[in-house]
Design a protein around this ligand. Sequence first.
Ligand code: FAD
Ligand code: NAD
Length: 478
Amino acid sequence: MSDAYTVIVIGSGPAGYVCAIKCAQLGLNTTVVEAWSDDKGKPVFGGTCLNVGCIPSKALLDSSHKFAEARDDFAVHGIDVGRPAINVASMMKRKNKVVTQLTGGVSSLLQHNGVTVVQGSGKLLAGRKVEVTHADGTKSVLSGDHVVLAAGSEPVAIPPAPTDDAVIVDSTGALTFDAVPKRLGVIGAGVIGLELGSVWGRLGSEVVLFEALDDFLPMMDAQVSKEAAKVFKKQGLDIRLSALVTGTEVKNDAVTVSYTEKGESKTEAFDRLIVAVGRRPRTKDLFASDSGVTMDERGFVFVNDSCATEAPGVWAVGDIVRGPMLAHKGSEEGVMVAERIHGKPVQLNYDCVPSIIYTHPEIAAVGKTEQELKAEGVDYKAGSFPFAAIGRAQASGETDGFVKLLADAKTDRILGAHAIGPSAADLVQQMVITMEFGGSAEDLQLMVFGHPTMSEAVHEAALAVDGMAIHMPNKKRR
Ligand code: FAD
Ligand code: NAD
């Protein structure tokens, strides 16, 4: 009887705590092992996402956006606030309060659902046993019918720019600056570089991003990446492509960065430097060599499509397994695993995981990019619609960007959706729902979209797929 199963989840980030809550809801006897503790020795729940990731970064993005709006955009609406000043300490206090509220919320939810919490570092041993090393160095051993590894990820370090938690920092350090750096360098123009570069750029930093690749945001649809580069340039983010940092020298609370740009050696001085070159799975000391768990060639815990490892009864979810390192992807893997342990063969649809960059405007995507469809030889139709032609976007002065839809030329099914612009994240979520239901461009064409809304860009993009947009001259006709 599955209800008698005992489940041990190692890690309480969005993958682990959601899995634990779901297991408990399904009547499974569930324990979470969490290593993170605060300065009073209390367990810290929520992992990277709630403590040093999604939530604090979005709190700072929202604060800095309001500041930039007050400074740059209010006047045109007839609102005179003079020259706004930023109080970094207050902004950080608010961010910390948001984090505390949410991590406290996870703690209450675990308790409410009857999940047992064990403080300490968990290591999977053979036979689904978990050895926990507690803060005082003592050890205990738990035994589960099922074990779920959800240990998450950590920032990648690079030898030319070792972090010192003061001048050269990783994403965690960049969430706690006590003043706005005059000049801010960022290594890596990926998601974290753009989000945290935007935060400090809006507050007044001169931001330079060093990106090793020749292309900007190569994983996004190329049309979106091109528009994003244009918008960020207008916002003052100085993005250097083909720029490889070769060394750093920290002196007098500042750093000199040596780098090569398109082969030419250069140096540049900054007050602070953020290293944001990616994250790697946190697998050190997570499982014993005889546990049966294996890793793939990139160091991720090896799992099949349903997150089962090679060891019977051992599962792995979230950032420690293949796929995008996204909180919502990990959470839904946690739900899938809980359901499977309970006996229901639920399967997560990895083709419908949205990804979002929370800059302003937002950038969001789900499904295939146009370049992927071309490379795969798929016969497709594309339609895009600019926010500049959307009444609501004009009314709010948010006219940068567009929505783009890609549909199968034969079946008309939506294969990909891409947006840069106001509420892009929420608009793309509409496309996640459409794609999950196997929806077509015609389905969207025949639906009623509220007016005036940003969603009308989705409607018009669907019409544009067949050259039938109403509020723009069409290049092609059905
Ligand atoms: P984690 O959140 O890393 O949690 C793992 C947990 O396991 C931690 O609490 C850790 O202490 C614990 N642990 C590790 N090893 C052990 C052990 N041996 N024993 C016991 N406990 C252990 N994603 C989004 O989807 N949207 C965003 O907007 C977003 N913004 C981000 C912003 C930043 C700055 C960063 C750094 C990341 C962001 N991410 C975002 C990514 C997101 O945070 C991760 O994808 C997500 O947190 C992964 O969840 P997880 O549960 O797999 O791991
Ligand atoms: P990333 O992979 O998004 O970007 C890293 C960038 O650094 C890449 O463009 C890469 O080419 C570049 N790079 C790598 N080595 C370099 C070097 N030596 N010099 C210069 N550039 C170099 O990684 P990230 O921004 O660190 O984010 C880590 C993970 O966290 C991502 O996988 C992302 O999914 C997740 N995250 C998600 C969100 C979100 O969903 N909004 C926000 C933040 C982080």
